[in-house]
Design a protein. Structure first.
Length: 330
């Protein structure tokens, strides 16, 4: 990322001749893939940024994209990934999957160290905060990138209107006659973006207003046990909520467990709503907001392919529709 880095240094780092580096950048099909990857890796490590057309030529034909998301912590991202695979169809593409443990982290260390030019033609980032240093790295390497649910102005994005989802739940619960509300959401430590939990809370609060006091908002780790404990704390308030909105279906499971602990009938004693419409929501007969997960993955892959195929596109943001699914818990 500095003009001081030269093609000579890239050649020395990769252990190849200057002419080989030149071929990788200008006629990549004449260089074995292993050598090409070694040269591109050296360029990435040194921060060498060749001209944009050279980067495009060097990457063409690698046939590999990366998908990074907190797969192990949130089952919903596996459904997005399924949409990516479904959209690949006959495309000759290999997909490399990277797992970051949490979307609530203050930073994305995996993105900071991800091997870019060595391995990938393009990247899909799902639900992770993008600090400015990561954005600059991706832009400097001219790596085609699409983000899901963590929009940045410089990248094409596929997003869910989480605030609208919060509003859907709020209006539904008001129609059911509730006047005292609680919210159990995931704590967010990153300032790089507004998290889904924060957005859903904002939309919910905009509708219910003063009926959701600050003490009725509990932010926890993405953990059923913590959601259960937070719900007990809410139910111990002098004016406990009669309806609780959870940031997602997993946390809603903790809310339902706390209601069961206290012998509160659902929904007569406590109404509960979640978000996502996961398999858990269906098993619990939980009122929730349905997200088009597979569609988000499909659209992200399509947008990335457009970039890889040099199809002219603006850096647009695609907003996905949501649907309230009313079940037995409200």
């Amino acid at each position: 990322m500095t003009d001081k880095v030269t093609i000579y240094e890239v050649a020395a780092r990769a252990g190849v001749s200057i002419s080989t580096v030149s071929l990788v950048l200008n006629a990549p099909t004449r260089v074995r893939q292993a050598t090409r990857e070694r040269v591109l890796s050296a360029a990435d490590e040194l921060g060498f940024v060749p001209k944009a057309d050279a980067v495009t030529r060097a990457r063409r034909g690698v046939g590999r994209i990366g998908v990074i998301a907190p797969f192990s912590s949130y089952p919903s991202f596996s459904r997005r990934l399924a949409g990516v695979f479904a959209a690949i169809g006959a495309e000759a593409l290999e997909v490399v999957v990277f797992d970051q443990q949490s979307a609530a982290s203050a930073t994305s260390p995996l993105l900071s160290s991800l091997p870019i030019t060595r391995r990938l033609d393009g990247l899909i980032i799902m639900g992770l905060p993008l600090e400015e240093s990561v954005v600059e790295r991706l832009r400097a390497q001219r790596l085609p990138t699409v983000v899901i649910d963590s929009p940045r102005p410089r990248f094409e994005a596929v997003v869910t209107d989480d605030e609208a989802g919060g509003e859907l739940v709020a209006r539904h619960l008001l129609e059911r006659g509730h006047e005292r509300f609680g919210y159990v959401g995931e704590a967010q430590r990153s300032h790089a973006y507004v998290s889904p939990s924060e957005s859903r809370l904002a939309g919910f609060r905009r509708v219910v207003a003063h009926r959701l006091p600050d003490e009725a908002v509990r932010l926890v780790r993405h953990d059923v046990t913590q959601a259960r404990a937070a719900t007990h704390a809410l139910l111990d308030l002098p004016d406990p909520p009669t309806a609780i909105f959870a940031h997602d279906d997993t946390l809603a499971g903790g809310v339902l467990a706390a209601a069961r602990d206290r012998g509160l009938p659902v929904p007569a004693g406590l109404a509960v709503a979640g978000f996502d419409d996961s398999e858990l929501a269906q098993a619990l007969d939980l009122t929730t907001v349905r997200q088009p997960f597979e569609e988000s993955g499909r659209l992200a892959l399509r947008a990335l392919l457009d970039q890889l195929q040099d199809t002219p596109t603006s850096r647009r943001t695609t907003l996905l529709d949501l649907e309230l699914v009313v079940r037995a818990t409200t």
